[in-house]
Design a protein around this ligand. Structure first.
Ligand code: PEP
Ligand code: MN
Length: 265
């Protein structure tokens, strides 16, 4: 995994290495779905890390809340088959333990967890003495201090490699975006902490497929250090976030259509 990360801006945000590309389903649903998505992503040759939600923090009860630890061996198998390191969202100490037990390579903290210092501290305490990169999504509300506070809690637990994920900020009512990007906030944090890689999550910013390309391009134009995009072999029938997921093949095309910074004249 170290070698994969070392080739990207994740390891060195100031460099002009390639951005880190993370992709995979919003939720792990079945072993077949995880493996099929992982194999199709590997086939594009453009994806560095496989993501999948195992525990899903849903806004309302009654929707799919994640397959739970049963899905962790599926990710292990996907890694064996493709060589891609894996990442999952964790929100409690128990979830950290389970993820580590099954060899997950990178952990991320979700937007609904970053808002809660007790939860972030619980995760941080479970990480003491562990060496693993941790990505921290912005809180759902536009509060940079809360975001930085979560980074500090994880760093104080001894985690050396912390990255940021910008997934936009929620607002009431219908807007063009599911979560308004408010790019200036992420850029402000990037300016204050140039040592922390900033990854964009165009899927949760967009909430729909038709603007994923443009949001991804914007992030690359703003010199982000990576992209995390949700992909599914059968997006319309996904158990969560169906409207924003795309097939691995479409994601390959999206990446092909991006104008990367080094391609600019
Ligand atoms: C996700 O990545 O599937 C997720 C739940 O994201 P967020 O925490 O950004 O809402
Ligand atoms: Mn999702």
């Amino acid at each position: 995994m170290e070698q994969i990360l070392a080739k990207t801006k994740f390891a060195d945000p100031a460099s002009d290495k390639k951005p880190l590309i993370i992709s995979g389903p919003c939720s792990a649903e079945t072993e077949e779905q995880v493996l099929a998505t992982a194999l199709a992503l590997a086939k594009t040759g453009k994806v560095d890390v496989l993501r999948a939600g195992i525990w899903k923090p849903r806004t309302r009860p009654g929707s799919f809340e994640g397959i739970g630890p049963k899905g962790l061996p599926w990710l292990q198998k996907a890694k064996e088959l493709t060589g891609m390191p894996t990442t999952v969202e964790v929100a409690t100490a128990k979830q950290v333990e389970d993820a580590l037990h099954f060899g997950v390579d990178i952990l991320w903290i979700g937007a609904r967890t970053t808002v809660n210092p007790f939860s972030v501290q619980d995760v941080a305490d479970a990480l003491r003495g562990v060496k693993i990169p941790v990505l921290i999504k912005n809180p759902i509300n536009p509060d940079l201090e809360l975001w930085i506070g979560a980074v500090e809690r994880i760093q104080k637990a001894g985690i050396e490699k912390v990255g940021l994920i910008h997934r936009g900020f929620s607002s009431y009512g219908n807007t063009d975006y599911r979560n308004a990007p408010m790019w200036h906030l992420a850029i402000e944090l990037k300016r204050r902490h140039p040592e922390l890689p900033m990854i964009c999550d165009p899927s949760h910013i967009s909430g729909r497929r038709d603007i994923l390309q443009a949001v991804s391009q914007e992030a690359i134009d703003l010199d982000y250090d990576g992209l995390m995009v949700e992909t599914h072999v059968d997006p319309d029938n996904a158990w969560s976030d169906a409207k924003q997921q795309i097939t691995p093949e479409k994601f390959g095309e999206l990446l092909d259509n991006i104008t990367w910074r080094h391609e600019r004249t």
